[in-house]
Design a protein around this ligand. Structure first.
Ligand code: ADP
Ligand code: MG
Length: 672
């Protein structure tokens, strides 16, 4: 987590009662400041209202309190599972309680202890299979209990205490980003009250009211920033006067190894028009994986070169930057353009060389990672900045990028198709070009939804690919085993794959916790076909291009949003042969079957949006843009639109002289 830009906020360590040990635990769940703490919102609420066993329906969730009547009996099973059974005297009768994996509580669950259990009631057996147990009794009124994301060593109760402590001690100092005008207009409560309610809801109505207020605030701050960028863009004239030699560009296009698709031509034209116009370009180029955005970016850079300026292309990872560098150098072979690569892991000396060439203008195109927007990089005449896989860069970084050099034109590329309505808001500061059409001859990836019971068949399908000397990606949601999850892990799959194929084929793993050097090394080996099966978490999601990989097998596919699955699937189908994607899951297969039916990323993103909201559109929540803590763009779309309009009004209205609030709104979004 990036702590920059948080200087103005109070560190959580300043709070009484939070020592170094607690601090470490809080940091683990990304809580660094008092602001982080009070906005660590519950991810769920439990309605603690005593059930009446006489009226509950089969499979209803029941909540009951009572006194333990029998010493819990502990049963242990294979694989470390355990179960406690005891009898409970409740206001609506005596019931049996079964609860898994709480062996550690056995000595605390003595006869006469008051406990609350939450679970499912089996009427025939008169047993509650509890998913949760707490000490205490229920009050007669319904109680709404917040449930937080915790971490081992930090319980729900600890967290609730710290949060409430912070609201009491600092509630008045916590910044409210809603201008007074809108607080009044909507009759919103003050921030402190809203926070207090969300963390201790007295009633569902009050909770809803307070949530709306906090969501509005979050979206207001976000949209203010987007609107601000949009205004800036409209006002700004480009300091650059261009003349692009179109004949040279045309002849370059003619010499390409393929003909551009109509969409590529259209996008290229839109970009060239932007470059020629006196307004600064601020364009998003959207296109599904494999739709051929790279060549469009090359044409933009070539045109920029023809008009006498330097270009920088920024990718989110070193792997991608290096790959782009190789492809682009190849495409520009035969032109006098010098192309360079700049990444964080390069030696100081190598970097310096690039810095020098950029400063004196001998290098016209540079490809790299974030290193490109670091302080030390000075360009002689930067005219165009392109970022690939745009969603990985937050709004602040967008702003930062543009502050480099002489107000260059900016092109963002994204392979994450997002619904139009949504694009209009979060990318509301940009113009958009879309490539929908795939290059000719592209064979759609065949997708199969399979259950775990069909493993034999799956392994056989994999073997078929391997025999043809094709490579395979295998994806798992987790790296290593964790206590409270039975999800498939990368480590477990390595053993499994080794058992099945290890004698003949080389198997390796990459995941996000590996050092980037080690990761790059294995990716390079996979690219050179020295590794046959690559097991990975979703780190390979973005952009990597290994045409010989013809199959991707995704375990626990139900854990992923459709857009993520689509991104993952886009890793294959990049070569000559027909590729396959196997989604393994025994649950949620209706949703997954959408993947069998279509290869259209836009359609899939619409479906995903309907089903899950924005959260997963970006795969992980890495993007600064998407780090909403309480708002959900799909569910809260109306609030978003309201916040967009209000924040725009506020931005333009000079009669609001609250410069300080405007300033802090600008700083309100953290980039992760
Ligand atoms: P993405 O949009 O995912 O970045 P790429 O730019 O990497 O896609 O293109 C995917 C592949 O398609 C590349 O191998 C590229 O050379 C090829 N390609 C791009 N445009 C065309 C085209 N018009 N005709 C044929 N192949 C193309
Ligand atoms: Mg790409």
């Amino acid at each position: 987590m990036n702590e920059k830009g948080r200087g103005s906020m109070l560190e959580v360590s300043k709070m009484k009662g939070i020592g170094p040990k607690t601090l470490t635990l809080l940091n683990k769940i990304n809580i660094y400041t008092i602001d982080d703490l009070v906005s660590h919102y519950p991810f769920r609420y439990d309605l603690l209202k005593r059930s009446d066993l006489k009226t509950v329906q089969e499979n209803d969730k029941v909540i009951l309190d009572g006194k333990i009547e029998s010493i819990p009996i502990l049963l242990r099973f294979k694989g470390g599972l355990n179960k406690l059974n005891f009898r409970l005297v409740t206001p609506s009768g005596v019931v049996g309680v079964s609860i898994f994996n709480r062996a550690f509580l056995k000595s605390n669950l003595t006869i006469g202890t008051n406990v609350i259990v939450i679970g499912k009631y089996d009427r025939a057996k008169n047993i509650i299979t509890a998913s949760d147990i707490k000490f205490g009794t229920l009050s007669n009124e319904a109680k709404i209990e917040p449930v937080y994301h915790c971490t081992s060593g930090l319980t729900n109760k600890n967290l609730a205490n710290y949060i409430n402590g912070a609201i009491m001690l600092y509630g008045k100092e916590i910044k409210d980003y809603i201008p007074k005008k809108y607080l009044d207009k909507y009759g919103f409560s003050n921030k402190r009250t809203a926070l207090s309610i969300v963390h201790n809801p007295p009633t569902m109505e009050k909770l809803k009211e307070a949530s709306i207020r906090l969501k509005y605030e979050e979206l207001f701050a976000f949209m203010f920033k987007i609107n601000y960028l949009k205004e800036q863009n409209h006002k700004e004239k480009l300091g650059i006067k261009r003349s692009i030699d179109m004949t040279k560009l045309e002849s370059f296009i003619k010499k390409l190894p393929f003909e551009l698709t109509d969409d590529q031509k259209k996008a290229t034209k839109e970009i060239i028009d932007d470059l020629n116009s006196k307004n600064r370009m601020n364009r998003l180029l959207q296109g599904d994986v494999g739709s051929g955005k790279t060549i469009v970016s090359v044409l933009a850079m070539y045109a920029n070169y023809l008009s006498g300026y330097q270009s920088a292309l920024m990718a989110p990872t070193e792997i991608l930057a290096t790959q782009h560098y190789n492809t682009i150098r190849e495409l520009l072979r035969g032109t006098p353009i010098e192309v360079g690569l700049l990444t964080g892991s390069m030696t100081k000396r190598d970097k310096q060389e690039i810095y020098d060439e950029l400063a004196n203008g001998t290098m016209q195109i540079v490809i790299g990672t974030h290193a490109l927007i670091q302080e030390d990089v000075h360009y002689q005449n930067l005219g165009l900045v392109i970022t690939d896989e745009q969603h990985r860069f937050g709004v602040n970084q967008r702003a930062n990028l543009k502050n480099k050099g002489v107000k260059p034109d900016v092109l963002y590329m994204s392979a994450t198709p997002i619904p139009r309505t949504y694009a209009l808001t979060i990318y509301g500061d940009m113009d958009v070009s879309i490539i929908k059409e795939m290059p000719k001859g592209r064979k759609p990836v065949k997708t199969y939804v399979k259950t775990n019971d069909e493993m034999k068949e799956i392994l056989e399908m994999m073997y078929e690919e391997l025999k043809q000397k094709h490579q395979i990606y295998v994806i798992a949601p987790l790296i290593e085993e964790s206590e409270n999850s039975d999800l498939t892990t990368v480590n477990e799959l390595r053993d499994k794959m080794n058992l099945a194929f290890g004698s003949k084929y080389k198997i390796d793993i990459v995941h996000g916790k590996m050092a980037s050097g080690a990761k790059d090394l294995i990716m390079a080996e996979f690219l050179q076909n020295k590794v046959n099966i690559l097991i990975s978490t979703t780190v390979i999601e973005v952009g990597v291009d290994v045409p010989n990989a013809s199959m991707i097998v995704i375990f626990d596919a139900n854990r992923f949003g459709l857009s993520t699955l689509h991104q993952l699937r886009g890793r294959v189908g990049r070569g000559e042969t027909e590729s396959k994607c196997i989604l393994i899951s025994s649950q949620d297969t209706d949703r997954l079957k959408i993947m069998e039916k279509t290869n259209d990323g836009f359609l899939i993103s619409e479906e995903d949006f309907k089903l899950r909201g924005h959260g997963d559109l970006f795969g992980t929540k890495q993007s600064g843009d998407m780090a909403f803590k309480i708002a959900n763009v799909r569910q809260d779309y109306k609030i978003l639109v309201q916040a967009r309009d209000d924040s725009y009004e506020y931005l333009l209205d000079t009669s609001f002289d609250n410069e300080e609030l405007k300033q802090s709104l600008m700083e309100s979004i953290n980039d992760n």
